[in-house]
Structure formats: C-alpha cells, structure tokens
Ligand binder design. Structure first.
Ligand SMILES: Cc1cc2nc3c(=O)[nH]c(=O)nc-3n(C[C@H](O)[C@H](O)[C@H](O)COP(=O)(O)O)c2cc1C
Length: 216
C-alpha cells in the first residue's frame, strides 16, 4: 500500500496556491506546527550539511516590522506563522567538524571513522571561493522552501513563498547577521481568507512536453 495515493498528492498540489490573503483569525495548531517544523528539518541537502537557519515568527509586533521590510505585503501580518529562511554563512572546516560530531552522535560511529567523509566535504569547500560556497548553500535553502510548501499542502495548510522582501532588513530586525546567517526568502503560512480571489485562479503551468523530456 502506498502511504499516500496518487490522486491525493496531485489534489493537494493543485489545492495549494501562493496565498495572497490569509484569515488572521485562523491559527495553525501547535501539533500541526510541530509537524511542519520537523518536516523542515528533514529536508535533504548536499552531503547532508544543512547550511540553513529557520526563524519562526508569530509575534505580532515583529510581524509588523517584517511586513514593512517585505514591501508591505499583507501576508506577513495576516498569516499565522512566518518562516524566515536564511543560509549559514560559516560553512567551513569548523562547520563540517560540527556536522561530523553530529553524525557520530546520531549513528554511534567514532568520528575518526568519518575522516574520509570529512576530507571530501572539506576538500569541496576548500576548492571554492566564499561566493561559490554561499551560492551553493543558498540552493540548499531553496530545497527547504519547496519541502515546506509541499508538506503544508499535504496537511491542508496554506502558504505563500515570498522573495519580495529586503533580506538585509530582515537580518537586522531579527539579529541574524550577528549570528552569521543571511536571509534569502520567507514563507507565510496559515489559512486562506474566504474572499481570497487568488484561490480560484486556474494554475498556469507550461505543458508537460515543453518542460519534460523522456529518454526511454
Ligand atoms: C521563490 C518564490 C518567491 C515568491 N515571491 C512571492 C512574493 O514575494 N509575493 C507573492 O505574493 N508571491 C510570491 N511567490 C509566489 C509565486 O508568484 C507563485 O508561486 C507562482 O506564481 C505560481 O503560482 P502558485 O504558487 O499559486 O501555483 C513566490 C514564489 C516563489 C517560489
């Protein structure tokens, strides 16, 4: 038996849309939020390095400040939760060592036995300049955004991915720059307002033959 049937998956992906108007009275339950947070953390990343940080904002005053830094987009204050996606700017040998220690702890493998894996990761990073490593890290963070959007849809929770923000202002408001993080985008999550007309817009996607090639 499949864990989710094909039609349910497609139905939820068609049901979701970039929500323009949230119902501010509807909040995501603690149980659902906890599940979404775990889904975020379970996101896949290159080498498993997880070069990200997620800041979850529910504080109304902070949301107001963030809305101003998001070109006034109302989703930021109306949605139940705001997730700020940042990359970790310190993906270096020390970071890899921390990751190795975590693998050792979780899998019960002595860190010395992971020297080869560590060498491979450190080697990759050493070959790159900082801008290349940051661009690589940013790509991983976008995987987390996609994962969160699909996870939310599967739970019947609405979301809007948003790049229309001033990342530097978000970093300043949330003190992220001081922690070595750099914001890339956000997602607002909650429940659609009953009068959000965007909910009824037909989905616009290129035809599959325009974007998919089968080599059989
Ligand atoms: C990375 C990213 C950034 C986006 N930024 C914004 C944004 O700032 N504001 C907004 O209302 N929608 C934003 N969107 C929503 C897209 O416009 C929307 O996903 C796209 O038109 C496809 O429509 P659908 O998500 O409703 O299927 C963004 C989407 C993505 C993936």
């Amino acid at each position: 038996m499949k864990p989710v049937d094909n039609q349910t998956l497609l139905n939820q992906l068609k049901w979701r849309y970039a929500t323009k108007k949230f119902d501010p009275a509807k909040k995501i339950s603690a149980e659902d939020w906890n599940t979404l947070e775990q889904a975020l953390i379970l996101t896949a990343s290159s080498y498993g390095l997880q070069p990200w940080h997620f800041t979850v904002v529910t504080n109304p005053k902070v949301k107001e400040e963030l809305q101003a830094a998001a070109f006034g987009q109302h989703q930021v204050t109306q949605a139940s939760h705001v997730v700020v996606f940042s990359m970790n700017k310190s993906v270096n040998e020390g970071y890899v060592e921390k990751y190795i220690q975590r693998i050792s702890e979780v899998r019960g493998v002595p860190a010395e036995k992971l020297a080869g894996y560590k060498g491979m990761m450190v080697g990759t990073i050493a070959k790159q300049d900082v801008a290349t490593t940051e661009a690589w890290s940013a790509k991983q963070v976008y995987i987390a955004l996609g994962n969160l959007l699909t996870s939310a849809a599967m739970l019947g929770i609405d979301a809007c991915p948003m790049e229309g923000i001033s990342p530097a202002k978000f970093d300043e408001i949330l003190g992220l720059d001081k922690k070595g993080f750099a914001t890339l985008m956000i997602a607002t999550l909650g429940y659609r307002a009953s009068d959000d007309s965007a909910a009824h817009h037909p989905k616009v996607r290129f035809k599959s033959e325009d974007v998919v090639t089968h080599v059989s």
